[in-house]
Design a protein around this ligand. Structure first.
Ligand SMILES: C[S@@+](CC[C@H](N)C(=O)[O-])C[C@H]1O[C@@H](n2cnc3c(N)ncnc32)[C@H](O)[C@@H]1O
Length: 385
């Protein structure tokens, strides 16, 4: 596979030489044409929990839905697959060798199917938490191995790796962090941005972060120290004087204690809000909250980075439909698929215009042995390879 690399340090002084070439290589996406709600309504055998003007939340196993002729109609249409797959977390059971390998095999078997859905400039972004060995204070490499197996199975480029850091996460693995005090708390998940092309559709101007206080002062004063830095970067006299509307974010994404925030930049939101429309809907309907919700801001960040209005976004492991809600809010078309009908139905609460609030009912206890979960808001997973 031909890789494109650049070792040039260009901190505002030099234009990358390859810019023209890179632009020329980019292929336009095909016209966005599939009317998703109509597609879902007319296709036989599809079961939709609800639809909006832009998308539909399907109930079913995504491998089965995507293998049907109706699923194959999506090939070449999807600009972004954004998903947090079920990680083999089950606190009631131990995960032995076979299950770790079986999980890796199962997830990597999705690689070709999901890649076929993509437009020529499409992307797949997968979120995965960390895994620890049972009874030992050491990490498992299962998550990394699974991501590598997925990447290799469809010959994908690793476009960029991201870390979602959630400092509000409870200290875990508890035994080694709070009891034996020999490890520090595990507080991040990893997101791999993959694509069949080194030049997937992307524009960091859609995810600019607010300028820092010092950058705002610099822009106001129009003064800073130009010249060579010990890092061998050479800072031009005018490189930082232009207000570009915000700062280019790093690939470490931070939490923000406000789920309702529209933040689409590096402050992506916590996933624990008890008072968003989804949580209120679940309470009103007596539905258990999904145990592994991701922040809406995290989905919005990647949807903004990798797609434009009208593009199609797909999440084959939808959970509470965070991805669909984020896509809808950003005027992207969306298809999400969730195997558990109760989780799928509860996702409606993310769409206040669809969700009729009934008077609050007693919520059932969390499902024992929840079959699936990412590490988004849970303790790290115990697995063996
Ligand atoms: C980690 S959760 C996704 C959470 C989601 N990102 C959110 O914010 O709510 C993974 C979900 O995948 C679902 N799932 C597991 N196997 C599936 C399959 N074969 N097809 C579709 N959904 C599946 C699980 O029921 C679970 O809700």
């Amino acid at each position: 596979m031909k890789r494109v690399t650049s070792s040039k340090k260009a901190l505002g002084t030099k234009k990358p030489k390859s810019k023209k070439k890179a632009t020329a290589r980019r292929k336009p996406s095909p016209a966005a044409d599939l009317d998703i709600p109509a597609w879902a309504a007319n296709a036989s055998g599809l079961c939709s929990a609800y639809s909006t003007e832009l998308g539909t939340a399907l109930i079913g196993k995504s491998e089965a839905v995507l293998a049907r002729p109706v699923g194959r109609a999506l090939r070449g249409q999807v600009q972004l697959v954004f998903t947090s797959p079920p990680f083999p977390l089950n606190r009631k059971k131990k995960y032995g060798n076979k299950e770790g390998r079986a999980f890796k095999r199962w997830l990597s078997s999705y690689a070709a199917t999901l890649t076929k859905l993509l437009t020529p400039t499409g992307s797949i972004v997968i979120e995965m938490g960390n895994a620890w060995m049972p009874r030992l204070p050491v990490m498992s490499t299962l998550a990394i191995e699974t991501l590598l197996a997925f990447q290799r199975a469809a010959n994908l480029y690793l476009v960029q790796e991201f870390i979602w850091h959630n400092p509000a996460r409870l200290p875990s693995p508890a035994q080694w962090v709070t009891v034996n005090r020999m490890r520090v708390k595990d507080s991040f998940t990893r997101l791999w941005w993959l694509s069949p092309t080194p030049f997937p559709k992307a524009d960091n101007r859609r995810v600019l972060a607010p300028y820092s206080g010092s950058m705002k002062s610099l822009l106001a004063s129009q003064k800073y120290n130009a010249g060579d830095r010990p890092s061998e970067h050479s800072i031009g006299a005018r490189s930082f004087l232009k207000d570009n509307g915000g700062a280019i974010p790093p690939n470490v994404l931070m939490e923000l204690h406000d789920e309702s925030s529209d933040a689409s930049n590096l402050l992506v939101g916590a996933n624990t809000s008890a008072n968003d429309s989804y949580s209120r809907f679940c309470k009103a309907q007596g539905l258990a909250l999904h145990p592994a919700r991701m922040p809406v801001g995290l989905a919005k960040f990647f949807i903004n980075l990798c797609t434009e209005e009208g593009d199609l976004v797909c999440d084959p492991f939808a959970g509470s439909n965070t991805t669909g809600a984020a896509a809808d809010n950003l005027r992207r078309r969306w298809i999400t698929i969730e195997a558990d009908p109760t989780y799928a139905a509860a996702g409606k609460g993310r769409f206040p215009e669809l969700a009729v609030m009934a008077p609050p009912r007693e919520a059932p206890p969390e499902k024992p042995g929840t079959p699936t979960s990412s590490a988004s808001d849970t303790a790290p997973v115990l697995v063996e390879l």
